[in-house]
Ligand binder design. Structure first.
Ligand code: ATP
Ligand code: ATP
Ligand code: MG
Ligand code: MG
Ligand code: MG
Ligand code: MG
Ligand code: MG
Length: 278
């Protein structure tokens, strides 16, 4: 029933529900962080404080949204993954994306001083993030998405490490270093690092090479099968799945969110942690 003659304007809102039963990935990315990182003098190519701040903000997002099963971060971006069963905001796109973006941004700013105690934030250089949701129809494609981001991390980090070593240790100008790196492949960059600067890229820190993976750490001895049998017998189907979902939600809420720097392209990571995609 209409409360006023103005209420018809509500009908102009477009439905934006994301396809049911699909993985939802929300990727956020810092707006103009090239400039922002220069302004606050981030150490190049990798400022550890800035990465730790990104991770700290993302951990809080995971804690606030138990529907999230995994997140992956590199540079000024983070991807947050919702399980296909997620019903948050009735899967409305704008609601989901804006909640992730603003929650992340709020914590990023709130925690800034913890990681940059002597460099206070000052307008107009305030961090903001854009965000988008993409749906993926299978866990295989979701894993390819995650692999895509980690490969990107590797390619960019190898380039940036080589570029900044040539500039910082080799005394080259930015333009000269860029020129020399044009058209080089991975092995060329590894060779420049090793032959000219004695740097073995493999020994660089894992957080720089692999990015950051956030997930919930459960007690590993959990008897998953026994649990569903015990609950499944007497109760009707819908109720079973709901109570199981509630149980899962409680478990998720309680679980510790860990930050790992580890390969997520090979099967090993996923096989050892079957609960992440289950
Ligand atoms: P856009 O608004 O289009 O995203 P951008 O300037 O943020 O533009 P990106 O492609 O997102 O461009 O790149 C982010 C940039 O932020 C990097 O290229 C790098 O210069 C800087 N940056 C982000 N994180 C760090 C970090 N931890 N240490 C040093 N520099 C960083
Ligand atoms: P949702 O997450 O669905 O938006 P909500 O609790 O934010 O839930 P809204 O319909 O957005 O609900 O309503 C916002 C509520 O916040 C108001 O009903 C009111 O209780 C409170 N509120 C907002 N602004 C003020 C204010 N300036 N003074 C007092 N209360 C406020
Ligand atoms: Mg961008
Ligand atoms: Mg950016
Ligand atoms: Mg970026
Ligand atoms: Mg509200
Ligand atoms: Mg409101």
């Amino acid at each position: 029933m209409a409360n006023s003659r103005f209420e018809y304007v509500k009908d102009f809102e477009q439905p934006d529900g994301l396809l049911p039963n699909t993985w939802i990935v929300v990727r956020i990315d810092g707006r103009g962080f090239h400039k922002l990182s220069n302004h606050y003098q981030f150490i190049k190519p990798n400022d550890r404080r800035a990465l730790d701040l990104m991770n700290a903000a993302a951990v809080e997002v995971m804690k606030e949204l138990p529907d999230l099963c995994i997140a992956y971060g590199v540079s000024d971006e983070f991807s947050f993954v919702f399980h296909p069963s997620c019903q948050l905001f009735e899967r409305r796109n704008a609601k989901i994306v804006t909640t992730i973006v603003s929650t992340f941004t709020a914590y990023y700013i709130h925690k800034w001083a913890e990681f940059f105690p002597s460099t206070p934030l000052k307008p107009p250089y305030l961090p903001s993030f854009d965000g988008r949701a993409v749906i993926y129809p299978s866990s295989a494609i979701l894993r390819d998405y995650m692999s895509w981001r980690q490969v990107d991390c590797h390619i960019n980090n190898l380039y940036n490490t080589t570029f900044w070593t040539m500039v910082q240790q080799g005394g080259m100008s930015n333009t000269d270093a860029e020129q020399e790196l044009k058209g080089t492949v991975s092995s060329d960059k590894n060779e420049i690092l090793f032959k000219r600067f004695g740097i073995n890229y493999n020994n660089e820190e894992e957080i720089y090479k692999k990015g950051s993976v956030l997930y919930r750490q459960f007690e590993l001895q959990e008897p998953k099968v026994a649990q569903s049998e015990e609950e499944g017998s007497a109760v009707p189907q819908a109720e079973t799945s709901r109570s199981q979902q509630d149980k899962l939600k409680r478990l998720r809420r309680k679980a510790q969110v860990v930050v790992d720097h580890i390969d997520i392209i090979k099967d090993d990571f996923w096989l050892r942690r079957p609960w992440i995609l289950s």
